[in-house]
Ligand binder design. Structure first.
Ligand code: SF4
Ligand code: SF4
Length: 205
């Protein structure tokens, strides 16, 4: 498999992200889900991310920011990592706002929206996925979505579901094209967004 340049890989990743957003929008529209006035915020969710390509693309976005804004995100990420560590030591699942969310700065949304990661784009609507070992995984969507789909079930209305499988397999292929044969020898990526920021851009050697 021919190794892609970062520029070509990022272009391809942006196209996969667009497909995710479109699939999400179709499903959300079919369910009648929107985030306006939601009493929760998905950006509190504690998630790990698993690809070098997304990590590198996150940093591509950070590097485009003015120095002051990037420094703010790095500082907030350091605080996040520290708070998450304390929560985990107490045996709790961290519930901390993502360091890139600018709600507390009066800006009300993701500070790196075009570069936000896959899970940020898929959370909310029902998803299904077939894993490489053949097992199926179901995600029912967020609490607000589940309230709406419960009503749809009662009325026997078909519920739109996003199939993540082709999106994930394209992302996995792109990961191999981006990193190249060294991928097998590199550590597995298993980081929160804050950790990806604190660690700096991924080292691919
Ligand atoms: S996806 Fe669901 S939980 Fe998240 S902000 Fe939107 S409505 Fe709320
Ligand atoms: S990257 Fe953006 S959308 Fe994703 S959790 Fe952080 S603030 Fe929210």
């Amino acid at each position: 498999m021919k190794k892609k340049t970062p520029k070509a890989a990022f272009r391809k990743l942006a196209a996969i992200y667009t497909r995710m957003v479109d699939s999400y929008a179709d499903a959300a529209q079919g369910i009648g889900l929107n985030c306006e006035g939601c009493t929760d915020n998905c950006c509190y969710s504690f998630f790990q991310h698993h690809t070098y390509i997304e990590w590198a693309y996150l940093w591509e976005g950070l590097n485009r920011l003015p120095e002051k804004r990037r420094a703010l995100f790095i500082k907030r990420s350091e605080e996040y990592v520290e708070q998450a560590r304390f929560a985990l030591q107490r045996g709790e699942r961290p519930h901390i706002m993502c360091p890139l969310n600018l709600g507390d700065e009066g800006e009300g949304r993701c500070g790196l929206y075009e570069h936000r990661l896959m899970i940020c784009r898929m959370h909310g609507v029902p998803n299904i996925m077939k894993r490489p070992d053949g097992r199926g995984v179901d995600f029912p969507g967020c609490w607000r979505c589940q309230e709406l789909t419960t009503g749809m079930q009662k009325q026997q209305t078909e519920i739109p579901v996003v199939d993540r499988t082709p999106l994930y397999s394209d992302l996995a292929r792109l990961e191999m094209e981006f990193v190249g044969p060294k991928l097998r020898g590199l550590p597995k990526v298993d980081h929160t967004i804050a950790e990806m920021i604190v660690l700096g851009p991924p080292v691919l050697r």
